[in-house]
Structures are given as structure tokens and as C-alpha cells.
Write a protein that binds this ligand. Structure first.
Ligand SMILES: [Zn+2]
Length: 142
């Protein structure tokens, strides 16, 4: 998660909302990314998606069974959908995202039965640091 926070800081430096993500498998980082939809002109370039794309390329596999996705902020609908498609085993996030987060804040997607894959979830890891990055970023923009 420390590494994901470092990536989030990189996003902030690039003028993007600071979110960072890392995919770990067997104790090894296999992919990482930060939020960059503006600079990439890509609405799907969220940190989680960037990290999963990198991990899938590295593994030469569109599925990442048994991998853990660390992300600094609670994932949105798109990123949750992507991690289900990728068969991520576990997602660990930092701060909750009360408006658009879909783990506990809205929809509670991990508890829904219509997905053909179950993901383990853990939240609140280094939540203060992750939340502070976001708050700083939006304060400076105002
Ligand atoms: Zn997202």
C-alpha cells in the first residue's frame, strides 16, 4: 500500500486525482499504475485499470487469479467490474469513497450474487494517508 501511495502522489504531480494501485502475486509486484484519464485522454485510465493492464501484460494472461490488488481509494463501478473480469483474488483499499465507491459505500458489489467470481475485500489500510492525498489535491485546486 505504501507503494500505491507513492503512485498516487505521482498522479497528483501530473495534475490527476491522486489514486495509485499495485497488483501483487506471490509476494511480487506484477503491475502498477496511477490515475491518468486526463493526460492519457482515456476515460478508463483509472489507477486500478492501469495496474491490471500492466499485470496482465506481464503475465501474458488476461486473468490474474490469486492476485491481490492494492488501491489507495475504494474502487468505482468500472474498476470493480474490471477486477471481476480479471479474476483478482483479493482487493485491499485505503480510504472509502462515499460517492462513487462500490465496495461498502454504494451498491456493496462484492456481496452481490450475480457475478460469477467472488473477490475478498479489505478496506481502511493506510486510509488516512490516502485520504489526505486527495484532500490536499482538491484544496490546492480550489
Ligand atoms: Zn475506477
Amino acid at each position: 500500500m505504501q507503494r500505491a501511495l507513492g503512485l498516487a502522489a505521482q498522479a497528483a504531480e501530473a495534475g490527476e486525482v491522486p489514486v495509485g494501485a499495485v497488483v501483487v502475486q506471490g509476494g511480487e509486484v506484477i503491475g502498477e499504475g496511477f490515475n491518468q484519464p486526463i493526460s492519457a485522454s482515456d476515460p478508463s485510465a483509472h489507477a486500478e485499470v492501469m495496474a491490471m493492464r500492466a499485470a496482465a501484460r506481464q503475465q501474458q494472461n488476461y486473468r490474474l487469479p490469486g492476485a491481490t490488488l492494492y488501491v489507495t481509494i475504494e474502487p468505482c463501478t468500472m474498476c470493480f467490474g474490471t477486477l471481476i473480469h480479471a479474476r483478482i483474488g483479493r482487493v485491499v483499499y485505503g480510504a472509502t469513497e462515499p460517492r462513487a465507491g462500490v465496495i461498502t459505500s454504494q451498491l456493496q458489489l462484492p456481496e452481490q450474487n450475480f457475478f460469477n467470481h467472488k473477490v475478498q475485500v479489505e478496506g481502511g489500510v493506510l486510509a488516512e494517508e490516502a485520504g489526505a492525498l486527495l484532500k490536499d489535491f482538491f484544496r490546492k485546486r480550489r
